[in-house]
Design a protein around this ligand. Structure first.
Ligand code: HEC
Length: 104
């Protein structure tokens, strides 16, 4: 019985841990003000040729922005995003990804 309770407690804290690690949509929305100049206030790009972010897959946003930050994503207009990504922390990136992926 005791083992079962311990298992439940560990299981619950693992779930809680995941929730804390996930991006904060409200913080992402605040941070997205700088992104809006190019990607639009609603995540629909205002400049032809620039990508929309609205409803984009959360993990894809995280991995692509981290790739720009690490300068692993190059070519095309990547240099524009490398400058943007350089100013973001990992938490900022996760929050922004949570925000843009939440837009329907
Ligand atoms: C000065 C304009 C500009 C700003 C500001 C900007 N971006 Fe971008 N972003 C771009 C351009 C241009 C691309 C396409 C780059 C390429 O060709 O790889 C892009 C690409 C991206 C991509 C990859 C999209 C895809 O479909 O592969 C993501 C994600 C992204 N930006 C997120 C952000 C976030 C988050 C912010 C705010 C912190 C931001 N951008 C600010 C211009 C901008």
């Amino acid at each position: 019985m005791n083992k079962m309770v311990t298992g439940i407690v560990i299981g619950a804290s693992l779930i809680a841990g995941t929730a804390i690690a996930a991006g904060d949509i409200a913080a992402g929305k605040t941070k997205s003000a700088v992104c809006a100049a190019c990607h639009g206030a609603d995540g629909i790009a205002v400049i032809p040729g620039y990508p929309n972010l609205k409803g984009q897959n959360e993990q894809y946003i995280i991995s692509s922005v981290k790739a720009y930050k690490a300068k692993q994503r190059n070519g095309g207009l990547a240099v524009v995003m490398q400058a943007q990504a350089a100013m973001l922390s990992d938490a900022d990136i996760e929050n922004l990804a949570a925000y843009y992926s939440s837009l329907k």
